[in-house]
Design a protein around this ligand. Structure first.
Ligand code: HEM
Length: 141
């Protein structure tokens, strides 16, 4: 049972990474259309928050059922999770509140979206790498 939940956790992390990478297309494809940028940012943040919530849910269930306790790797995952969620909420609030039809504002937020996504992708990739190294016994967390 714990194995199945962990497998779901792992698949969700990969789907999440796919979403982050696909999300890079939003600022790229809407660089000339501020209203579409705002609309797709909203749809994107909904999927982002839904998947990341499922990641936390499966992770917490696995933690409790597998009686892992708060190991260093789990503490790192929880911190990474909180940072990802915090950045995303701040980013979307900025886009939502902005006068997006102003060309400079749109340009600024377009660039910020790309940079923030790059940071989020890096964080998830590092986390996955750390867990792979842990499972292979290269590092002990
Ligand atoms: C509330 C947040 C989270 C909790 C409670 C949680 C919990 C767990 C637990 C209990 C395990 C198995 C224990 C272990 O191998 O040490 C695990 C594995 C893993 N977690 Fe998380 N996690 C959380 C968030 C995340 C996030 C945000 C990521 C990615 C950015 C992530 C990536 C992974 C990976 C790659 C594994 C290895 C899966 C495998 O062995 O196939 N977790 N997590």
């Amino acid at each position: 049972m714990v194995e199945q939940i962990l497998a779901s956790h792992s698949i969700l992390v990969k789907i999440f990474l796919g979403l982050l990478i696909a999300g890079l297309l939003i600022p790229m494809l809407t660089s000339k259309d501020p209203l579409s940028f705002k609309k797709f940012s909203f749809i994107y943040t909904m999927f982002f928050q839904a998947i990341i919530t499922m990641i936390a849910f499966t992770g917490l269930i696995a933690m409790v059922m597998g009686e892992f306790g708060f190991t260093l790797s789990i503490i790192i995952m929880i911190v990474v999770w909180a940072v990802l969620m915090y950045i995303e909420i701040r980013k979307y609030r900025l886009i939502k509140m902005a006068k997006i039809q102003n060309e400079d504002t749109h340009k600024l937020l377009n660039g910020a979206f790309l940079k923030i996504s790059a940071v989020q992708i890096l964080l998830v990739a590092i986390m996955v790498l750390l867990m792979v190294l842990k499972v292979k016994g290269v590092i002990s967390l």
